[in-house]
Design a protein around this ligand. Structure first.
Ligand code: 13P
Length: 252
């Protein structure tokens, strides 16, 4: 059975003191909450990973990185490798976020390399993708999403899929306050699961968790999460306030 997952992407927010406090508040908000088949992940910036790992130790809160470099090591000033993340206790990495695609020129060819590096290091990947507004208006959003998924992931073997989480984040809904409707999310998630089923079969498709991201918050999470192909969320703004993030988690 696939997991439900609520992941908070803190992006470039919170210094070390604030990150520690936010992690501690979240742990406290979740104490006594029955999470059953639900995973909770937070993703602070690189420099705060160790602090947040320590602050969440012994709790249900897992910690993921927001990015990594595709090479194992070498002369890549300013970059961080999969094995470096692994060596500090990180098990999961977010790849392909729309902000990485938009501001740092990441495309499927590069992301396929990053995914490979993560798989070789046995890091789990939360792979993000989603169309921009114009693509939705032009009705090309299904083609765009298909290309983003197939271009970076469909070279993988079946076994690798146990380490892949998909995150559909329509760019027009990120940080805008505008969410996809629950029906729009369900329609896209069902399409995505169908793509995976066509490529890898029903079992892989049934087992992959597909998260929704884009202005997901306490007031809309329950409706979005109620849809059968929505297995949780990747939360930006609302994950920066422990009570709000806990409310989103409880919505699942
Ligand atoms: P918001 O929840 O702030 O729209 O951000 C979503 C996101 O980009 C998560 O990765």
């Amino acid at each position: 059975m696939r997991s439900k997952i609520v992941a908070g992407n803190w992006k470039m927010n919170k210094n070390v003191t604030e990150s520690k406090a936010l992690a501690e508040e979240l742990v406290s908000e979740l104490s006594g909450v029955s999470l059953e088949n639900t995973r909770v992940i937070v993703s602070p910036t690189f420099v705060n990973l160790t602090t947040v790992l320590a602050a969440s130790e012994g709790s249900a809160v897992e910690v993921a990185a927001q990015n990594m470099h595709q090479e194992a090591k070498g002369a890549y000033t300013g970059e961080i490798s999969a094995s470096m993340l692994k060596s500090i206790g990180i098990k999961t990495v977010i790849l392909g976020h729309s902000e990485r695609r938009e501001y740092f020129g990441e495309d499927e060819a590069l992301l396929a390399k990053k995914v490979n590096a993560a798989m070789q290091t046995e890091l789990e990947v939360i792979y993000c993708f989603g169309e921009v507004l114009e693509e939705r208006k032009n009705n090309t959003h299904f083609d765009v999403v298909k290309a983003q998924i197939s271009g970076a992931l469909f070279h993988l073997n079946t076994a690798a899929w146990s380490n892949i989480i998909l995150a559909y984040e329509p760019v027009w809904a990120i940080g805008t306050g505008e969410t996809a409707s629950a029906d729009q999310a369900q329609e896209m998630h069902a399409f995505i699961r169908g793509l995976v089923a066509d490529q890898y079969g029903a079992e892989v498709a049934d087992n992959v968790s597909i998260l929704y991201g884009g202005s997901c918050k306490p007031s809309n999470a329950e409706e979005i999460f109620s849809k059968p192909d929505v297995d949780g969320g990747l939360i930006g703004g609302a994950s920066l306030v422990a009570a709000d993030f806990a409310a989103v988690i409880k919505a699942i």
